[in-house]
Design a protein around this ligand. Structure first.
Ligand code: FES
Ligand SMILES: [Fe+2]
Length: 348
């Protein structure tokens, strides 16, 4: 802190960084009284009732190319995706209609898939035995529409959240864990865990608005830690535009307008009967600072840093979501709440 005091006053005027008042982790104000399970469940219920149009996030737009096919599984359905010579996105069933070869192992030739087993050509158009799925590229992420899985009223495009006008400064991470999409959304609908569970990233987190009736909107004030003693204070909002997406938007402070879109895509059921979910998270940065116009040029350096910070959070958040799934599916959930502490024996 001595070094911080030595920094000239004019530097503080232009810098987004602010000193973080020292705080011992164990001496923070506990938040379990505010993080009421009923409130989180009600917000999750409200989010789960939003329409999705049957769209599921596949991957980062940059990860699907015209060089090789991209293979993944959504809700147990094998999907293959690729781009043609014009860069147009195609997606469809991942099994070759001849003898079932994995089309993720096909070659892309002249904008079409060539099956590795016997050379069947799939150019993305309907054939009697292979029909494409509707696919959408929003410039940051790719989506696929699966009507037999979603079983909702289909829409022409996914339900997209408002993004910064220029989305070039973005990074996308993809991770898979043992849980359901609701566990991922529920994790983010509990903003109170921020400074307790991720003290390396957040300090002085206060939830200033909680969801009202039929609403899933949270407001928080928080300081993003840059170093142990320096951070960036902001006000942020959490909302769910569709049942498998939660968006954090910076409303005021440095980076106002920046968003973090967290999409939870069900992958399928593993060999032990457990649900697997893939998180595709897009971090899209924005800033009113004049210097931000140079940011796209620094992307080769910036992207790995953005990814590393998001991955570190998700290592912890997956353990939260997986634990929530485990308790729910094992049927032994025992919420700890001041008014609902379970009495398990006569000593208590
Ligand atoms: S399995 Fe694809 S061409 Fe035979
Ligand atoms: Fe978290």
């Amino acid at each position: 802190m001595k070094a911080i005091r030595a920094i000239p006053a004019h530097w503080w005027k232009t810098s987004p960084l602010r000193p973080i008042a020292p705080q011992v982790w164990s001496e923070q104000r506990p938040t379990y009284g505010q993080a009421r399970p009923q409130l989180i469940e009600a917000a999750l219920r409200s989010a789960s009732q939003r329409p999705s149009g049957n769209w599921f996030v596949l991957a980062a737009s940059r990860d699907i190319t015209a060089k090789r096919p991209f293979g993944t599984t959504v809700a147990g359905v094998e999907i293959v995706a690729w781009r043609d010579t014009r860069g147009l996105l195609h997606a469809g069933p991942g099994a070759c209609p001849h003898l079932g070869a994995d089309l993720a192992t096909a070659r892309v030739h002249d904008g079409a898939l060539l099956c590795r087993w016997h050379g069947l050509r799939i150019d993305g158009r309907c054939t009697p035995r292979w029909a494409p799925f509707p696919a959408h590229d929003d410039g940051v992420l790719t989506w696929v529409r699966l009507d037999t899985i979603g079983r909702e009223q289909p829409t022409d495009t996914p339900i997209l959240t408002a993004r910064p006008a220029d989305t070039r400064v973005h990074a996308v991470i993809t991770l898979t864990g043992i849980c359901e999409p609701a566990d991922i959304i529920a994790n983010r609908l509990d903003p109170w865990h921020g400074s307790w569970f991720h003290p390396y990233s957040f300090a002085h987190l206060d939830v200033t608005r909680t969801p009202r009736q039929d609403d899933d909107r949270f407001l928080v004030t928080v300081t993003f830690r840059v170093t142990r003693h320096l951070g960036v204070p902001v006000e942020a909002e959490f909302t769910c535009p569709d049942p498998r997406t939660i968006v954090m938007r910076i409303l005021s402070g440095e980076g106002a307008g920046s968003i973090v879109e967290t999409h939870a895509t069900p992958a399928g059921i593993d060999g032990d009967g457990r649900a697997r979910t893939t998180v595709v998270e897009a971090i899209i940065a924005d800033s009113a600072r004049p210097g931000f116009r140079h940011a796209p040029r620094t992307l080769p350096l910036l992207r790995p840093l953005m990814r590393r910070a998001a991955q570190r959070l998700w290592r912890d958040d997956f353990s939260y979501a997986e634990r929530r799934y485990h308790l729910r599916t094992q049927g032994n959930r025992t919420p700890v709440h001041p008014n609902r502490t379970p009495r398990t024996n006569e000593v208590c």
